[in-house]
Design a protein around this ligand. Structure first.
Ligand code: ADP
Ligand code: MG
Length: 601
């Protein structure tokens, strides 16, 4: 086009588009839910702005917050339109092509090593999934602050933007036109689309319409003079039923023909699951709801959820989920972002998903939403952030979240109390695994968060301490038994008797133990600190005595030339050190300290 301005995609985006367009990925359906989710986000944004500025919505159709899908079979175009916030020219350039969002490169990397395209929405690049089904895409957009523009690209490394002088004015919002590839013609089928919307976009809080065809019977007058050969309408005539009607004195002939008409058919039932009573919501509905808010469409179930109503001074409803997997950037972004995964609603209106006031950082892996009736609706996000009620909400959310996690541990502990009896029942293994796995799985994915919680949240430290798990000599697959396979080492290791050895293997553990002075009736001490109180002096003597042989052996071992490369010596040393400490009733986190102590003694 003459007035088109050309732009190149940022390299990362271009690579991503190549991957998508060449993808043999069979689940191409995902593009639709990404587009609907973008439309819904855009509607949320305009609705939020309208809380403080009523004018912003405009009048008539413009004020209707809805999503509309249309199919043009002849031209093989599928279009999705919303009356959301729209994009200015600058937005189009920025959002659809030039600036790499933090997620892009992470996602490209994952895709190159066989990642799951299904997770595209979680990486903030969901829009580009349109190229799974289209080879040419137009984005027509009108924002209140700008003229109407068309963004277009054939995924060939470039896109163009033109002022829109030929399409119908949108009023406000965005229309995405997908020129479908031949292999993607199935998306012109109304039934297919209805199905997809049901499947993926059930929890969208705005009505989704389809311009759907409908066969209707219409009666048309026939001309008596002209014979049967002539059809009266362009509609397809199926059965032809001649009727003679009494109309006063005149006699008129009519016939019934089938005609295809079109009308907007609503596809979703706009319901807020969190407003329903928890008793009435099925597990399947919670799982689906989780998938939709987490943009996680793997089949995995959340590890746990909690749906509750808080009453009192501050009233709110909330649904919290523990995802089955940690998000890809959970700890990566931990210290430099406040990314929360909780959506805040006030009286059913989406306010924000960027509230760091709702949950502490260490619980940022939780997904869900909070809908409060107590918070004021028509104040800015910043003012809301200061609101006193938020503190109360936060406190209650933490309490509920920790209860929920505690429940996973109680109901699904990682140790199986009745292990031996299951051993021969091979066919029950998978079921048993699942039963056994939940807390272990939780710990594996989010254990670090609990540790960070101990460090950061003094108020809930005791509650969090109960959620800690460490590998120990009692746990399954323990290192102790591995090491004792070497008889020479076994000789020395088994010389000690111990109750349980706890392994601190994570770098954060040492730091953690500075915050955890005691647990139930046990006090911890750090041996590497000055002023260590080992209790009775005789105990130290006893220790020295019982470690005499070890000390000598270790001195020799340490002076051996290949000590650095000999992993087993180090491992044994470490184990012994921990054994010794456990025996004396203390825990330590750094084997080096111990080695130094023994060596220097
Ligand atoms: P995400 O939705 O995670 O931000 P996407 O790739 O799906 O990532 O979309 C990129 C951006 O493009 C969005 O953040 C939004 O700013 C803009 N966008 C996409 N679709 C629309 C739309 N229908 N209306 C307004 N803005 C949109
Ligand atoms: Mg999106």
């Amino acid at each position: 086009r003459n007035n088109a301005e050309k732009f190149e995609f940022q390299a990362e985006v271009s690579r991503l588009m190549d991957i998508i367009i060449n993808s043999l990925y069979s689940n191409k359906d995902i593009f639709l839910r990404e587009l609907i989710s973008n439309a819904s986000d855009a509607l949320d944004k305009i609705r939020f702005l309208s809380l403080t500025d009523k004018e912003i919505l405009g009048e008539g159709d413009n004020a209707k917050l809805e999503i509309m899908i249309k199919l043009d079979k002849e031209n093989k175009v599928l279009s999705i339109r919303d009356r959301g916030i729209g994009m200015t020219k600058e937005d189009l350039i920025k959002n659809l092509g030039t600036i790499a969002k933090s997620g892009t490169s992470a996602f490209v990397e994952k895709m190159q090593t066989g990642g799951d395209l299904n997770l595209i929405g979680q990486f903030g690049v969901g829009f580009y999934s349109v190229y799974l089904v289209a080879d040419y895409v137009e984005v027509i957009s009108k924002h209140n602050d700008d003229k109407q523009y068309v963004w277009e690209s054939k995924a060939d490394g470039a896109f163009a933007i033109s002022e829109d002088t030929w399409n119908e004015p949108l009023g406000r919002g965005t229309e995405i036109r997908l020129h479908l590839r031949d292999e993607a013609k199935e998306y012109l089928d109304e039934f297919k689309l209805k199905d997809l919307v049901k499947k993926y976009s059930e929890f969208i809080n705005f009505p989704i319409y389809l311009w759907a065809s409908k066969e209707v019977d219409v009666e048309v007058p026939t001309d008596e003079e002209s014979s049967d050969e002539e059809e009266t309408s362009e509609a397809t005539t199926s059965e032809e039923e001649e009727e003679v009607e009494e109309d006063g004195e005149k006699k008129k002939k009519t016939k019934t023909v089938k005609e295809t008409t079109y009308e907007w058919e609503v596809l979703n039932d706009v319901k807020a699951i969190w407003l329903r009573s928890p008793k009435e919501v099925t597990d399947e509905e919670y799982t689906k709801f989780y998938h939709s808010i987490a943009k996680d469409f793997s089949e995995e179930k959340p590890l746990a959820w909690s749906h509750f109503t808080a009453e009192g001074d501050v009233e709110f409803k909330a649904v919290l989920f523990v995802p089955p997997k940690a998000p890809h950037d959970l700890y990566e972004s931990y210290y430099n972002s406040n990314k929360s995964n909780l959506k805040l609603y006030v009286r059913r209106v989406f306010i924000s998903d960027e509230f760091d006031e709702l949950l502490p950082k260490y619980l940022s892996f939780l997904m869900g939403l909070v809908d409060s009736d107590t918070l004021p609706l028509n104040v800015s996000r910043e003012m809301l952030q200061q609101h006193n009620s938020l503190k109360t909400i936060k406190k209650k959310l933490i309490r509920k979240a920790l209860d929920m996690i505690r429940k996973i541990a109680d109901e699904d502990p990682d140790e199986d109390p009745d292990e031996s009896s299951d051993k021969d029942k091979t066919d029950s293994v998978s079921e048993n695994d699942e039963k056994k796995g939940s807390y272990a799985k939780f710990w594996n994915e989010f254990g670090k968060s609990i540790k960070l919680g101990i460090i950061e949240d003094a108020q809930n430290r005791n509650r969090l301490a109960k959620l800690l798990r460490f590998e120990s000599s009692k746990s399954e697959g323990d290192r102790f038994s591995e090491i004792t396979e070497n008889p020479q080492e076994m000789l020395k290791v088994t010389a000690f008797n111990y109750d349980e050895v706890i392994f601190f293997t994570d770098p954060v553990d040492e730091y953690l133990m500075q915050y955890l002075m005691d647990y139930e009736d046990k006090k911890f001490q750090n041996v590497s600190k000055e002023g260590l109180n080992l209790g009775k002096d005789s105990k130290i003597k006893d220790l020295k005595e019982s470690f005499k042989e070890l000390t000598k052996w270790w001195k020799d071992a340490l002076s051996a030339e290949n000590v650095d490369s000999d992993e087993s010596i180090k491992q044994t040393a470490r184990l012994m050190y921990q054994t010794a400490l456990m025996e004396s009733g203390f825990m330590l986190s750094d084997p080096k300290d111990f080695a130094t102590r023994i060596y220097s003694s």
